[in-house]
Ligand binder design. Sequence first.
Ligand SMILES: Nc1ncnc2c1ncn2[C@@H]1O[C@H](COP(=O)(O)OP(=O)(O)OP(=O)(O)O)[C@@H](O)[C@H]1O
Ligand SMILES: [Mg+2]
Length: 363
Amino acid sequence: MRVGIIGGGQLGRMLGESAQLLEIESLFLEPSPSPSAAVAGEVIVAPYDDRVALDRLARECEVVTYELENVPVDTVRYLAGKVAIHPGPGALETAQDRLAEKRFFRSRGVSIAAFVPVDSVEQLEAGIELLGLPAILKTRRMGYDGRGQLYLADPEQASGAFAALGSVPCVLEEVVPFDRELSILAVRDRDGATATWPLVENRHAGGILRWSVAPAPEVDRELQLLADALATRLLEALQYVGVLAVELFQVGDRLLANEIAPRVHNSGHWSIEGALTSQFENHLRAILGLPLGQTSVLLPCGCVNLLGRLPDLSELLAVPGARLHLYGKEPRPGRKLGHVTVLGADHGQIRARIDAVRALTAG
Ligand SMILES: Nc1ncnc2c1ncn2[C@@H]1O[C@H](COP(=O)(O)OP(=O)(O)OP(=O)(O)O)[C@@H](O)[C@H]1O
Ligand SMILES: [Mg+2]
């Protein structure tokens, strides 16, 4: 069996590694030569919209998926006419446009931050009047890791901010006074069966995920059920196949949805060691029409991203309970070079081990 994977970054690499355990081959499409995923399968080096390359994926693979959100929707549509591709173009299209995404959440009764669409400086000024400041201006498209957004504290910033983001369509959002950030990963298979992993607590800095704890501490049954129901509702609404991540803000006992990622997600890396079935394996099982694996937790985990430069490996490996994953990428400021999952007996031990890893890294 062969699976086509559009994108050759670390998510593709970990999908491919998971596929190897099931003796499923991976064929990647990735424009940059020698990408992270090259250790896990053959790479077609071509742009994501290269028709010859797409035809080859369709011809040689049973099913195609993608590991990045900014693959052109036209690529997915084109492939959908030739081969099974999951998730389908509808989910991708929704996730790529923050405005469509917010309307989708609302249409499904999911709470979100107050927002206004912004297509001009005038609309931005009106939005600031309406929502008040501080607020966050975000481009509708192509944002990731906090790129394409600006925190506005002063109405004077309006015209400069809109121009600084390229005068492209945006949304202005209230700043949510959240207690913490959470995410839920969920999976749906081709027959409509679903499963969720426990809520994960995520800490960001500068818009980039720094570290996570899974399962999130202090989650009562109601909160988990609320998140499960929310994620499952979204999966069903999209007739989704594969793993979906939903980023959430917790405010008291409420959950506001921030965004969805139509793919495996950084906040699910812990599941490689910490869950009976990882997000990567269940994504493959779902898209290939295999039965989903159980998502039960084996041990609580922390996950720390290694950003920009690698710490001393022997110090890192000396942290008790640490499992190191390197992505084979050249160091560059802010770049995700790997992650460390720490396992422990309880949340106290996890936090101590996360702190030990963080003391060795810039993250
Ligand atoms: N409305 C908000 N209120 C408070 N904090 C916010 C808000 N929107 C975003 N943030 C903070 O900025 C981070 C990045 O925002 P968001 O997830 O919208 O952007 P992104 O760049 O698309 O991120 P990703 O890499 O997850 O795709 C959030 O995880 C959160 O920490
Ligand atoms: Mg996000």
